[in-house]
Design a protein around this ligand. Structure first.
Ligand SMILES: Nc1ncnc2c1ncn2[C@@H]1O[C@H](COP(=O)(O)OP(=O)(O)OP(=O)(O)O)[C@@H](O)[C@H]1O
Length: 291
């Protein structure tokens, strides 16, 4: 396989919604200084579905928190629709991995999904409409009155997704949202995300450590280096838009892309942002310093 078979993304003419420019994050405190992110620059077009993969500890969560306005970058800027992000923007929603902690156990499904809509000060009738639509969209039309702890892990994560969807965000940030569910549920939730993305036209930035998941879901995959982190590669996923767990994953192109990202991740494990860029083609990597 040659590096030539992987295109670089065409970014010039895109309608950029989210722009991340020179973002660095250094944690300080307790006598320690950790440069988690060194220099991240990329943009996401309106309506795009972009996945981010990187080795464990690469700073993926740190990056999402900076984008979500939950953490202030040490340097660099995050811009959403032309506005600098300095606190959580109204038009963003985040779905975290730990659904168990993101849902309020003492509130029903209906109340959990409705909560951010109350904070948005929407009238009751409109709130109910949005809750009904969002729960139906994630296939949970019948559980309004249940409590989260009465539902399976996969169902709880659907509730968390419904809450984000009901909020009608411009951008949906997802931080390893399916890491804690079983493989079958995970596949169903991946398809749910693609179908919601098609239906709603929302822009999605999806962080995962699962290479196959990133290729299956994304229109682009950003591969991060080890911490202190930079973008090692911005890979367009040239698979047909219509994807299916069986056919897409068993296709030749899927295997090539997965293989390529896998090799980049192996390289990333050994490469920190402080080191020179990966000029090596995947073939060189495969016979060189891959593990
Ligand atoms: N609050 C903090 N204070 C100090 N260091 C931190 C803090 N949060 C994260 N770090 C450090 O920053 C680096 C990146 O962490 P982060 O959780 O963002 O990575 P990640 O890619 O999401 O990891 P994983 O894939 O394992 O979930 C790690 O070295 C981590 O120890």
């Amino acid at each position: 396989m040659s590096g030539d078979t992987f295109a670089t993304p065409q970014t010039q003419d895109r309608d950029v919604l989210l722009d991340v420019r020179g973002v660095q994050k250094i944690y300080t405190g307790h006598g320690r200084t950790v440069e988690a992110i060194r220099d991240l620059t990329f943009s996401v077009g309106r309506g795009e579905l972009v996945c981010i993969v990187g080795p464990s500890g690469a700073g993926k969560t740190t990056l999402l928190k900076c984008i979500a306005g939950l953490l202030e970058p040490t340097a660099g800027t995050v811009t959403l629709d032309g506005q600098r992000v300095t606190r959580p923007p109204q038009s963003m929603a985040v779905v975290f991995q730990e659904y168990g902690r993101s849902l309020y156990p003492w509130k029903t499904v209906q109340q959990n999904v409705e909560l951010p809509l109350k904070q948005k000060k929407l009238p009751k009738a409109r709130r109910q409409e949005l809750v009904n639509e969002a729960l139906a969209a994630v296939g949970l039309g019948e559980v309004h009155d249940a409590y989260p702890w009465q539902l399976s892990g996969g169902m709880q994560q659907r509730v968390a997704i419904a809450r984000a969807v009901a909020y009608q965000p411009q951008v949906l940030l997802m931080d390893e949202p399916f890491a804690a569910v079983d493989a079958q549920t995970r596949a169903d939730l991946e398809d749910l995300i693609r179908s919601l993305w098609h239906k709603l036209g929302v822009t999605i930035l999806f962080v995962t450590h699962d290479i196959e998941e990133s290729v299956y879901l994304g229109q682009r995959v950003l591969v991060l280096s080890s911490s202190p982190t930079v973008v090692m590669e911005d890979l367009p996923i040239d698979l047909p838009d219509e994807r299916s767990q069986l056919e897409t994953r068993s296709g030749r192109r899927f295997a090539e892309l997965r293989h390529h990202v896998y090799e980049q991740i192996q390289l990333a494990k050994h490469r920190k942002g402080s080191e020179p860029g990966p000029d090596a083609t995947p073939d060189v990597v495969a016979h060189g310093n891959a593990v």
